[in-house]
Ligand binder design. Structure first.
Ligand code: ROI
Length: 168
């Protein structure tokens, strides 16, 4: 295992924080994968239609031997396992798992774009990512710190996991 990947987690239906906890357990149990760290959980206002509940967001860092598309399949299987409900475009959902970064790889496939297309302009991704890895540099050479947003519209609702080994 030697590929570090960052996964964005988001939920705003059916006990969102519990969905994130459960997803972290599932990430920790993936084959050939170790969960290295998770950020705090943040409450964030919805991007998209405003008549939906606030989201809970976090970012996890994993070390994995799964190739990017195999990892994507595994993330979608976790979403489905947790009874993913998605009602409308940019609407409410039980669980979203986005592959944000996979090492320094850039991919532009029909099923998968890495880095994730929304990474640079979503506070609910940038802030937890920054908490985990303030010195991160993106594949295009841009430092995360230069993206770090000035607006502070995210509220921390749970502290980070201290010891991911307890998840196994
Ligand atoms: N808005 C917030 N705040 N958090 C999300 O995780 C999120 N995910 C989405 C859309 C619908 C774009 N809005 C979101 O997919």
């Amino acid at each position: 295992m030697s590929n570090k990947a960052y996964i964005g987690l988001g939920a705003n239906l059916t006990s969102p924080a519990r969905q994130l906890w459960q997803a972290l357990h599932h990430l920790a149990a993936l084959p050939e994968t170790r969960l290295l760290a998770s950020s705090s959980f943040y409450r964030s206002a919805p991007m998209g239609p405003q008549d939906q509940p606030d989201y809970v967001n976090a970012v996890a860092l994993i070390d994995t031997a799964l190739a990017p598309l195999a990892l994507l399949d595994a993330l979608q299987a976790i979403e489905n396992q947790q009874g993913r409900i998605r009602t409308r475009h940019w609407g409410e959902r039980t669980l979203d798992l986005d592959l944000l970064l996979y090492g320094q790889i850039t991919l532009d496939l029909p099923r998968l774009k890495v880095p994730h297309y929304g990474l640079k302009d979503r506070n609910f991704v940038i802030q937890p990512l920054f908490e985990l890895s303030p010195e991160l540099v993106l594949p295009d050479g841009k430092a995360l710190v230069d993206l770090a947003c000035t607006t502070n519209d995210l509220v921390k609702v749970a502290p980070p996991l201290c010891d991911c080994r307890t998840l196994r």
